[in-house]
Ligand binder design. Structure first.
Ligand code: GRG
Length: 351
């Protein structure tokens, strides 16, 4: 029987999912100059049935900041394009060498390696064009480009992937956390930031836009503190600093800085919990449900949370992170039940 969290999340996914699917379809119709086979490969991977966690986060963050999900659609599509690119490249023989993704043959299996590499490159570039031309207000577009570039760049997604592939990395918890905060966490945090940017209205200063265009390094999450004595772990000041946001200069900026910091606190914890659950699914899940090969991480002796902490402690930590993430949502001005249901679903998911 489905868990309550799964039902609540399914309702939000059914409400927002069709808008996401039609935006992805509409925003991936490349015209003159794009070879048909390349366009087919890009759309094959982008439109494949993924969970759409990142686009949903963008839309739900816009709602939580009292904005509209419609305004966040270019952000949602852009972040899914970056995600799809990263999956195409991650599946290549030179990286994870996977033949199954989202229940289908991987892009390089279906289209050949060269086309798959180019499809990833094309999706990455297209994401920035979308933000620059369609995310409004224009300041949100440029802040969005800057922050997505950081999330996808050498200090986050690409750097996390490079360290994960490095056989000489230290096999301990801080290393694992740092890899996943960059490889998985940064795209989750930036999805929320982009959704929030689409909701910014009113007299905010250029300094706020500059601040919002920086995605800081989240402070390492202390396992002991997250599991602590029930004290809320969110602090607007510490989290704003960790998110790369300076102390508010203008009075009107203050609420926005607090909202961005609260979303970042939520996103950093959600990202880590998402990864822990991904590791647990690799050990326990069923490949048909996941739509990808499972058991590969343990077979390859990969550094994972269950291998370092044990499966029970890893599961406990993921639950604590989700509880802490949800606490921070209380500070947001709009409806947050979407973000809450998504966080609870992350724990219950089986794919
Ligand atoms: C190649 C630059 C580069 C980066 C690759 C995304 C990534 C980094 C690796 C994928 C390997 C992996 C299993 C990462 C852990 C978490 C994760 C990102 C899972 C895939 O995301 P889901 O579960 O997938 O949201 P769907 O298909 O539902 O969108």
């Amino acid at each position: 029987m489905p868990e309550l969290a799964e039902i609540a999340f399914a309702e939000h996914a059914a409400r927002l999912g069709p808008q996401i699917e039609s935006a992805l379809d509409e925003m991936s119709r490349w015209g003159d100059g794009c070879p048909a086979r390349l366009a087919e490969a890009m759309r094959y991977s982008l439109l494949a049935p993924g969970k759409r966690v990142r686009p949903l986060l963008a839309l739900m963050a816009a709602e939580a900041c009292a904005g509209s999900p419609e305004a966040a659609l270019p952000a949602a599509a852009a972040v899914e394009m970056v995600h799809a690119y990263s999956l195409i490249h991650d599946d290549l023989p030179a990286m994870d060498d996977d033949d199954l993704r989202r229940g289908r043959p991987t892009c390089h299996v279906a289209f050949g390696e060269a086309t798959a590499i180019l499809a990833g490159d094309g999706l990455l570039a297209a994401a920035f064009e979308l933000l620059a031309t369609r995310l409004m207000p224009p300041e949100a577009g440029w802040a969005g480009c800057a922050v997505l570039a950081q999330a996808a760049g050498p200090c986050r997604l690409v750097g996390g992937q490079a360290d994960d592939l490095d056989p000489a990395r230290t096999p301990d918890l801080p290393t694992l956390q740092s890899i996943h905060q960059r490889k998985t966490g940064a795209l989750i945090r930036v999805s929320l930031r982009l959704g929030a940017l689409s909701a910014v209205r009113g007299p905010v200063s250029p300094a706020l836009w500059r601040a919002a265009s920086r995605l800081g390094s989240p402070t390492p999450i202390s396992v002991e503190k997250e599991a602590g004595d029930g004290e809320p772990s969110f602090s607007a000041e510490t989290d704003a600093h960790a998110a790369g946001l300076p102390p508010a200069s203008a009075e009107a900026d203050r609420p926005w800085l607090a909202h961005l910091a609260a979303l970042d606190h939520y996103g950093a914890r959600l990202g880590l919990a998402f990864q822990i659950v991904d590791d647990l699914l690799d050990v326990r899940g069923r490949s048909e449900a996941a739509g990808k090969r499972l058991g590969k991480d343990s077979a390859a002796g990969k550094l994972t949370y269950p291998s370092l902490l044990g499966t029970e402690a890893a599961e406990r930590l993921a639950r604590q992170l989700i509880d802490r993430a949800i606490e921070a949502l209380a500070l947001l001005p709009g409806p947050t039940h979407g973000l809450e249901s998504l966080a609870r679903y992350v724990i219950e998911r089986n794919r």
